[in-house]
Write a protein that binds this ligand. Sequence first.
Ligand code: TTP
Ligand code: MG
Length: 395
Amino acid sequence: MIPPFVLHIDIDAFFAAVEVMLRPGLKGKPVIVGGMPEERGVVCTASYEARKYGVHSGMALRTAAQKCPSGVFLRGRYHIYSQISKRFFDCLNRLAPGVEGVSVDEAYIDLRGMQYFYASVYEMAEKIKIVVEKEIGLRVSAGVGFSKLGAKLATEMAKPGGLFFIEDEKTFLSNLSLAKIPGIGPHTLLILQGLGIGRVKELKKTYPSLWKKLIGPHLYSSTRFPRKTHGEAKSFSRETTFPEDISDREMIMSHLSYLVDRLSLYLIEHHLFTGRIEIKVRFGDFSTFTRRAALGFSTHGYHNMWKVSLFLLNELLKKKKLPLRLVGAKVEQISKQRDILPFVCLKSERLSHGVRDIRERFGFSSIFIGRELVLERVYPVEREGIVLKTASLTK
Ligand code: TTP
Ligand code: MG
């Protein structure tokens, strides 16, 4: 089953939290940012302590003062909030590709492709939350769902300070009150309530087309994320047919590792990056299968590419019984520019650049990835690499 993959993250009581961080004496007090109580403006935000009195964003300052006489009213220091907002987004961009900012303190993050680098989507979301909180010094709430709407609603559930996953978004949404759905304004809500419709499932059942119109756009098109455009649609591949069919998994892995290693070096030497990998296998009976996966970011680091390749290989090997006749790897979505690389993947790139430097000076075979060493026993080794039986280069 696919785990939820859209992360929504939002800073708690943003402006008020910044003020409390900068003036610790305000901790635990009802802080209201927006202006002085006698002024004509509205509340920008209120700390959770002030919210207990019924104060909320958009409320007239005078009303807020009536509701919360003990409130600490502040005008707000917008240049500071904007600096912290920038730090918030810089940090997110460092942690994950596919970050889409929606307001000063709120973003959606596409976690697809990142599952190869973390144990689970849960660990990944947790880590992002912890690192961001440490970086900006403020508490954030986060939610994970299958769509942006689902993730945003999950964050609402998680507030303040929590992390909430929606495993069954369909059921979750069905039971939800329409008042919680962004895009359904107070007027529509009143009309629907007048018709006895208060929950998503009631609207879905009674007026399916209205349901689609109101909520559909938030659901169906809300898993798209901005990606940097890739260059021309090119791909490079390396594959090899073994001298004899192989039943030993380790040996198959060694061959694939070598092909991925060559592809990584090729990309590095040509200053190119890949965003998608395809693995191909041909079994002893000539049946051939391929499987591909998007990385979620562009890279040319061997270990980044290998993690995904190994995952795909293992999936493919479930298709049929060994032996295998051929294995191949293809890199696609080639780009000349690097995306912002999530920090977990940076090490792989640096390492591969180091390996490239050594190979440039001393030849390809001066350094091998450990799992490739067994190939030395099977094939001749020349300065510029292992001589595979049938090495097919890019077609
Ligand atoms: P929100 O994320 O909507 O609110 P919040 O961060 O204060 O509280 P929480 O997320 O915990 O519910 O908005 C972020 C900031 O944007 C907020 O701190 C102040 C500013 N803002 C306004 O200036 N006017 C507004 O009407 C709203 C809603 C927010
Ligand atoms: Mg917020």
